[in-house]
Design a protein around this ligand. Sequence first.
Ligand code: T6T
Length: 335
Amino acid sequence: MFSMMSIRSRRSALVAAGTVLALTGAAACSSSSGGGSGSSGGAAHKKVRLITGVKSDPFYITMTCAAKTEAKAKGMDFGADGSAQWDVSVQRPLLDSVAASRPDGLLISPVDTSALTPSLKQIQSAGTKVALVDTTVTDDSIGITRISSDNEKGGRVAADALAKLMGEKGSAIVISVKPGVSTTDARIKGFTEEMKKYPKIKMLSTLYDNDLPATAASQIQSTLAAHPDLGGVFAGNTNTGQGIATGLKQAGKEGAVKVAAFDAEPDEVASLKAGTLQVLVAQDPASIGREAVDQLAAAFEGKSVQKSIGTNMVAITKANMNDPSVGKYFYKSGC
Ligand code: T6T
């Protein structure tokens, strides 16, 4: 259960409502849409493409479903695709092929903060309006809008929740995707900084699983073998959360080792219900997709565009998971 508290940051507010902690997204600033792809008129019939980080990932499936519905309502010619795995060498050819089709707008979750920037600069200078959704790139000149959760804040929420579950003592570890992913890097930053408030919790070195559940499963088992006092784990995203749940089950440590995991895809929700995972920091991928389409439409219509938008997150536990206001944050596996 979470006590009432309110924490405000530049882009979002963490407001507790009963047992549900909600991060309220907010528009940080707006700028004129400026030039464009040379295409005139409104949003109708504009060619818009979405490239997600991993096509089979329920976070991105939920985002795609919402973006598709919003684009259809605005009469856009919308298409979506995604990498088969979290890898620049897989996403780059996808980006280059979409670029060759000269879309009016592109929504993309770049799988690296810099490797794809040359391709993104090229597509943007050819006139395509780019919206960065979920992940971003370091180069601020990319993207007329950037829409994501406040991932650093979400990492802090996970740290406070996990510390309380651990009785504020023992060893803990972070397992995440790979360095150079803007979202999960921010989560780790927030988590590790917040954990410094709990001096009796010893943080072990962060491990990376390349977004492979099987790797996360074996990593948690080898960590348990080396550190029998392991009391807590922070899982940086869905596949990591799934893998850690599997590894704890295989080690017979369900519930003994507390886990705070990012996201709320079906397997994670099932593990929360089973008591293998204890906290899910759920994002709002549907709003990310919807807002991105709306910002592209505004740009096509020559209206002002919000340069960055923070979307909601909610900390979900077994105690509040049946609350309808929380259930709407569970991710989909299809639409
Ligand atoms: O956590 C999400 C997303 O925010 C992150 O950028 C990559 O992993 C997910 O898609 C979940 O697998």
